[in-house]
Design a binder for this molecule. Structure first.
Ligand code: F6P
Length: 326
């Protein structure tokens, strides 16, 4: 056990529901162990600008149920440069902050890795992104809320699709990953799911829609991950209308509503467990790692590995999606 006395916590990159629960867990866990904890506003940008506030247990009251991040978040260009990271380390040292907890995605972890390596600041990462695209954890904070949000939106779209015998092509977020599309697509009972991890071209989609038609389906839902390479939702809709004129097609881009909303219980519990684990890890004297959950157990993964490796898309899920959609 170290004699850690003061840590900082920040949220960085795209916000995700459950980040507040993670900050709360980090803050309360630190206080529980008599460690001072400073909240850094607006990610690395706020760190460089000295936006630091000492937190107590009450500073994080009534946020476990709130989406977004009360610390606010940012994507910081200056932090990509060594001088920016040197300035950040100086800021931390001047404030007496000995170690940092970074809650964010792979971009945030790249910065954290370099800060630890170049400036010898102990850093632990907590995976917070709706995309679920981080190696070393089965789930990232915010993913469960996002897929439930998408599922609810698609359920609503299904009502109108069914009423008008229409085909809806729906774009969901996920950056370069198809996890949101795959999980929400299965949950919402979509006819087809297009994801970057399993490329399927327009001919495949046309064949699948023809098959649905023959199977007696009068409306269809196609979920497309934003990172899918088949040309984008508007192009897909145009081609479908040209090749299958029998279909009345509409496009919906769900956009940033997928990032908001009250975190689900699963996200709050995940965030609480990872927040406590992050402080335990720093107290043990371990740095340069990300805390994650694998097979329902806390695991540590090197931050660099967490950034560089891509989690495997489970082929069983793709098979399930194909089978249940006939
Ligand atoms: O990483 C989270 C995410 O919402 C992605 O799914 C999406 O591609 C991106 O952020 C959008 O970024 P911004 O909010 O900067 O437009």
């Amino acid at each position: 056990m170290t004699t850690l006395q003061h840590i900082g916590v920040l949220t960085s990159g795209g916000d995700a529901p459950g980040m507040n629960a993670a900050v709360r867990a980090v803050a309360r866990s630190a206080i529980y162990h008599n460690i001072k904890v400073t909240g850094i506003s607006e990610g690395y940008t706020g760190l460089l600008e000295g936006k630091l506030t000492l937190l107590n247990s009450r500073s994080v009251s009534n946020i476990v149920n709130q989406g977004g991040t009360f610390l606010k978040s940012a994507r910081c260009m200056e932090f990509y440069k060594p001088e920016g990271r040197a300035k950040a380390a100086e800021q931390l040292r001047e404030s007496g902050i000995e170690a940092l907890v970074v809650i964010g995605g792979d971009g945030s972890f790249t910065g954290a890795t370099l800060l630890a390596r170049e400036q010898h600041i102990p850093v632990v990462g907590i995976p917070g992104t709706i995309d679920n695209d981080i190696y070393g954890t089965d789930f990232t904070i915010g993913f469960d809320t996002a897929i439930n949000t998408v599922q609810e939106a698609v359920d609503k779209i299904r009502d109108t699709a069914t009423s008008h015998n229409r085909l809806f092509i729906i774009e969901v977020m996920g950056r370069d990953a198809g996890y949101i599309a795959l999980y929400a697509g299965i949950g919402a009972g979509s006819e087809e799911i297009l994801i970057p991890e399993k490329s399927r071209d327009i001919d495949y989609l046309l064949h699948s829609l023809n098959r649905s038609d023959r199977a007696g389906k009068t409306s269809s839902i196609v979920i497309v991950a934003e990172g899918d390479k088949s040309g984008g939702v508007f192009e897909l809709a145009k081609t479908v209308e040209e090749k299958l004129p029998g279909y009345s097609t509409r496009v919906t881009v769900l956009g940033h509503l997928q990032r908001g909303g009250r975190p689900t219980c699963a996200d709050r519990v995940l965030a609480s467990r990872l927040g406590v684990a992050a402080v335990d890890t720093l107290r043990d004297g371990t740095s340069g790692v990300m805390v994650g959950l694998r097979d329902n157990r806390i695991t540590l993964t090197g931050l660099e590995k967490a950034c560089k490796e891509t989690p495997d898309m489970d082929p069983e899920l793709i098979r399930v999606a194909d089978i249940v959609s006939i």
